[in-house]
Ligand binder design. Structure first.
Ligand SMILES: [Fe+2]
Ligand SMILES: [Fe+2]
Length: 338
């Protein structure tokens, strides 16, 4: 009796698939890294692309609120600091687009998805920057919240993402310190400057808490991401950590955090705090925040304005190699690495 060739092939395929899945599960279970050439489930790859792309887009769109003040910085020193900070954010975007490319999707495709409104960026960047104090508040609170979110990502299960996060986190801590230093300087200034800081903190406090996403009970992607080791802590855990970290810093600065329910809970060993306005977060995510349209229009214009640079770079990369002029000696370092 003969069997049809399809049968054993199908069985072998399934066995192989089960083996790949088992090896993936074992890597995750021992908190080891998944690398670009390793087999991974499609859903894991998809989740990573979504998360890393959203993170990369946030770094790039996040240049806008602070970039708004580069031309109006109050001193050369402040301008140099702000320029360097905004450039760091561009660098973070590039590391993250590169990490995402290891999953088989190009930066150009990701940019198209953002511009088409099919991928998101962090809701916080849809709020306006109305005074120079906002530069300090963003560094202190927004970069501070980003650090809480991102430090656990240094141990995320996908290798290229985790390694990008290590460098990014170092720079984010520096951003937080520069924001705090700016606010501290203003708090030592005039009454008007102190009022400017307080007004800025009042506007950014709640949106900063929303950066951790919806409450755990309503967070749709969290459970699977935790199981895969993509995410290491829940939204609510990270939000609590941020509040506990920030309250003593606010005291040191001499600003009030605009939450009447904020108080130390001896029993829990944590601060209790009020509920952010989740309706507002949902509205901003839907595209109805104060600056969503402006941010996207600016991003689109920047992309269009940069078309000639991409064309020139592509043409340069595609140029034919120069013909050798004489018998080649040993390759120079430059030629060898071209
Ligand atoms: Fe960043
Ligand atoms: Fe930053």
């Amino acid at each position: 009796m003969t069997t049809t060739p399809a049968e054993p092939d199908q069985a072998a395929l399934e066995a192989r698939q089960a083996q790949l899945q088992a090896s993936f599960d074992a890597t995750i279970a021992r908190h080891d890294r998944i690398e670009p050439r390793d087999w991974m489930p499609d859903a894991y790859r998809k989740t990573l692309v979504r998360q890393i792309a959203q993170h990369a887009h946030s770094e790039i769109i996040g240049m806008q609120p602070e970039g708004n003040w580069i031309g109006r910085a109050p001193s050369l020193r402040r301008k140099a600091i702000l320029l360097a900070k905004v450039q760091d954010e561009a660098g973070h975007g590039l590391y993250l687009y590169s990490a995402c490319e290891t999953l088989g999707v190009s930066r150009a495709e990701l940019t198209e998805l953002l511009l088409a409104g099919r991928q998101k960026y962090s809701s916080i960047f849809n709020y306006p920057t109305l005074s120079y104090a906002d530069v300090g508040t963003i560094g202190w609170l927004v970069d501070g919240a980003a650090i809480c979110n991102q430090v656990p990502l240094c141990r995320t299960s996908y290798g290229p993402y985790g390694r990008a996060m290590i460098r990014i986190c170092k720079e984010e801590s520096f951003h937080q310190r520069q924001g705090f230093e700016l606010l501290m300087t203003m708090m030592r200034g005039t009454g008007a400057q102190r009022a400017m800081v307080q007004e800025s903190v009042d506007r950014f406090w709640w949106p900063s808490l929303m950066m951790f996403g919806p409450p755990d009970a309503e967070s749709t992607n969290s459970e699977q991401s935790m199981a895969w080791g993509v995410k290491r802590n829940s939204n609510d855990e990270l939000r609590q950590k941020f509040v506990d970290m920030t309250v003593p810093q606010a005291e040191a600065l001499g600003v009030t955090l605009p939450d009447p329910d904020l108080r130390w809970n001896e029993e829990r060993g944590h601060h209790d705090f009020g509920e952010p306005d989740w309706e507002e977060l949902a509205a901003v995510i839907r595209g109805n925040g104060p600056c969503n349209a402006q941010r996207m229009a600016h991003r689109r214009a920047a992309h269009d304005d940069g078309a000639w640079v991409r064309e020139a770079a592509t043409a340069f990369a595609a140029r034919p190699a120069p013909a050798p002029t004489s018998a080649p000696a040993e390759a120079t370092h430059e030629e060898a690495t071209r």
